[in-house]
Design a protein around this ligand. Structure first.
Ligand code: ATP
Ligand code: MG
Length: 655
């Protein structure tokens, strides 16, 4: 760490804690941001020129057919050129690209050169199997190096990948194969999860069977051998990955296929927190330019950094912050296969210590889980290499933020809370220590990224005054934006561009404070309206989670004849605490004092788990369906169906 002592942000970090009034660098960031908006075409033109292209663009932005904005039109490139090829004649070639660790303790280290070779061999193999530019390839792999290798091999030959999270059921896989019209599937024999073998090939076989029943045709299933467990084999259709690539010499080279900047790089389905997942399409040029820059800005990335995004590549967080962001920056990334609390709750801290992780990025749901196990698990490890901590996925409760800052970061690491979504490609509102760190406030994602103009509007589309809640909007196109929804252009226009004409509508509820900081308050459709007051679910949950007995909480509004709506809370207690009437009363009192008597919950239901998506987000819409007695909406992305049954029982008992 000595070599960092001269660097500006080491100095900035020492200026924390976050509570200090005006950080001296605050204005430096805001100045940079203002400049980026003053001449955005020039700004993005310059950013894009830092990368390698086969042909430069004729126009930075084609906005002739809104909202189908197209970036860097006329430009041609391939993401491989920038993520792999351009490093081969530099010192990065022999640098570690991935430190991989299996749940069972197996490890692998891949340099950029190793990755380049693997990708080239597999790219040639895919070509020889008949995969052509613009073909979609579905990738259903666990967190093993072959996952990024497959993504890069597909994009290298001009194909489009659709990664399906390996924890998804055969039926969810089938839906995605059918929707994406994939004829090739890449999967594995199995993987470890909480000490048990997950028989992935079995799920893949069943998924393909269902997909074919639903009209798809899958010609080839490529199987990576991760565990060596027994698998069923479909002769003629199934091929082993290792047998396939071993046919090609180490120096196999496939020229990255030139792609138009506005071609599709990949499809990825959203997590399904609010409804049926949407196939989000990202572009070859815009996504690459945005992700390359935002990764740098968020993490102040330096050559010696070891970055670890503790998420699954099956989500956008993994696409951007495990695969494309690090590789485009020549950074070293950690990739971990298994459960974060296996075999013990200190697994993440052990990994940080082992690889000397300097930047650690995870989600509030993971942090709430790790916090619940107690501080001793964290304090057992030497985490002194950490210099920046990040979070994404849900609003982070200020209490959890402080725990992260104080216990994990020893009061020294800024918390980079990144607000964004599958549709945006990379972070949109977040601190940018890579430019200049601003004064932090626990629970605020701070300011928009360079080139991003955001605001908070009321029902009628007028900006809300400071401190008044409203709907978050993005006021101009940006390179990382989605191209559209796969196969459904109308849904694209309707979902994102119709609520406030001319603006991108994420569907999130937010507030801007007096100093212009953004606070994200959860889903706009999850706002409660109690006796005319609009209360975000996040505000109530933040209060509940302050209680020492509470591990997690989810609040929704149920209809009430007098007040319009009243809150109902589902609460999960930390280990060692038991539900009681006294505890209920304490929680209700906390809400009455912190928010006001108007927000008094009608019921507090103690449960052992909350219904969550596979990506760990609380599915409040299911709570609402249960409590309003409706049939449950799309549940294909639900993590554990028993959570729903438990809630139903608790609610029926209450009634
Ligand atoms: P679906 O669109 O299918 O309902 P989803 O919205 O959960 O699923 P994602 O794209 O994975 O799918 O998640 C994006 C959403 O996550 C955002 O709209 C926002 O609600 C939430 N989110 C992400 N990061 C943050 C953050 N830092 N703070 C608050 N909320 C966040
Ligand atoms: Mg969404």
């Amino acid at each position: 760490m000595e070599s960092l002592s001269e660097s500006p942000s080491k100095q900035e970090i020492e200026l924390l804690p976050y509570g200090e009034k005006y950080h001296p660098y605050h204005n430096k960031y805001v100045d940079f941001w203002r400049q980026s908006l003053a001449d955005p075409m020039r700004f993005w033109d310059e950013r894009a020129r830092e990368l390698v292209w086969y042909r430069t663009w004729d126009r930075v932005l084609d906005d002739s057919n809104p909202p189908f904005y197209r970036w860097f039109v006329g430009g041609e490139t391939n993401v491989n050129l920038n993520a792999l090829d351009r490093w081969m004649n530099t010192h990065v070639a022999n640098k570690v690209a991935y430190y991989w660790e299996g749940e069972d303790g197996t490890t692998r280290v891949l340099s950029y050169r190793d990755l380049f070779r693997e990708v080239n061999k597999f790219a040639r193999a895919l070509q020889d199997l008949g995969v052509k530019p613009n073909d979609t390839v579905t990738i259903y792999l666990p967190m093993i190096p072959e996952l990024p290798i497959s993504m890069l091999a597909v994009t290298r030959i001009g194909g489009i990948h659709s990664v399906v999270f390996s924890g998804f059921s055969p039926s969810a896989l089938a839906d995605r194969i059918v929707d994406a019209k994939s004829r090739v599937l890449i999967t594995a024999d199995g993987y470890w999860r909480k000490g048990k073998v997950v028989e992935l090939k079995k799920n893949a076989d069943e998924g393909v069977r269902l997909a074919e029943e639903r009209g798809a045709k899958v010609d080839k299933v490529i199987v990576v051998r991760r565990l060596g467990n027994q698998v069923a084999w479909n002769e003629g259709r199934d091929v082993w990955y290792h047998e396939l690539v071993s046919k090609y010499p180490e120096n196999t080279y496939v020229k990255p296929v030139p792609r138009k900047a506005d071609d599709v790089l990949f499809i990825l389905y959203t997590s399904g927190t609010t409804g049926k997942p949407k196939g989000i399409m990202h572009s070859v040029g815009g996504y690459m330019v945005y992700v390359y820059n935002v990764f740098k800005w968020n993490w102040d990335i330096r050559p010696e950094d070891v970055h670890w995004t503790m998420a699954d590549v099956g989500w956008i967080t993994g696409h951007t912050y495990i695969v494309y962001g690090p590789l485009l920056n020549g950074a070293t990334e950690v990739m971990y296969e298994g459960a974060i609390d296996y075999p013990q709750p200190d697994r993440p801290w052990q990994i940080v210590e082992r690889y000397g992780v300097t930047i650690f990025y995870t989600s509030p749901t993971a942090l709430r889980m790790l916090r619940q196990y107690g501080d001793e698990w964290v304090k057992k490890h030497d985490l002194s290499t950490l210099r920046i901590l990040g979070t994404v996925g849900e609003p982070i409760n200020p209490d959890v933020w402080k725990w992260y800052f104080e216990v994990v970061g020893r009061g020294k690491c800024p918390i980079v809370d990144t607000w964004w979504m599958t549709e945006t490609g990379a972070a949109m509102i977040a601190p940018a220590p890579g430019i200049s760190l601003v004064q932090l406030k626990p629970g605020s994602a701070t300011f928009p990224m360079p080139g991003i103009e955001a605001d908070v509007l009321d029902e009628s589309g007028k900006p809300t005054p400071p401190g008044v809640k409203g709907y978050l909007v993005i006021k101009r196109p940006w390179p990382g934006m989605l191209l559209g929804v796969w196969g459904d252009p109308e849904r694209y226009v309707k979902t994102y561009w119709s609520r406030f004409p001319g603006y991108f509508y994420p569907g999130d509820y937010a507030v801007k404070d007096e100093e212009g900081y953004f606070w994200l308050l959860g889903r706009a459709d999850e706002v409660l309206k109690v006796a005319g007051h609009r209360i975000g679910t996040a505000e109530l949950e933040d209060t509940l989670i302050k209680h020492p007995a509470v591990a997690e909480a989810a609040v929704i509004g149920v209809p009430d004849p007098i007040k319009g709506e009243v809150p109902v809370a589902a609460v999960v207690l930390k280990a060692g605490y038991r539900p009681s009437e006294d505890l209920k009363k304490e929680l209700i009192d906390m809400i009455r004092t912190n928010i006001g008597p108007i927000a008094t919950p009608q019921a507090i239901l103690f449960v052992s788990k909350l219904p969550k998506t596979r990506s760990g987000k609380i599915m409040r819409r299911l709570l609402k369906d249960i409590m309003e007695g409706r049939p449950l909406g799309d549940t294909t992305t639900l993590e554990d169906p028993t959570a729903v049954d438990e809630l139903k029982r608790a609610w029926d008992e209450f009634k």
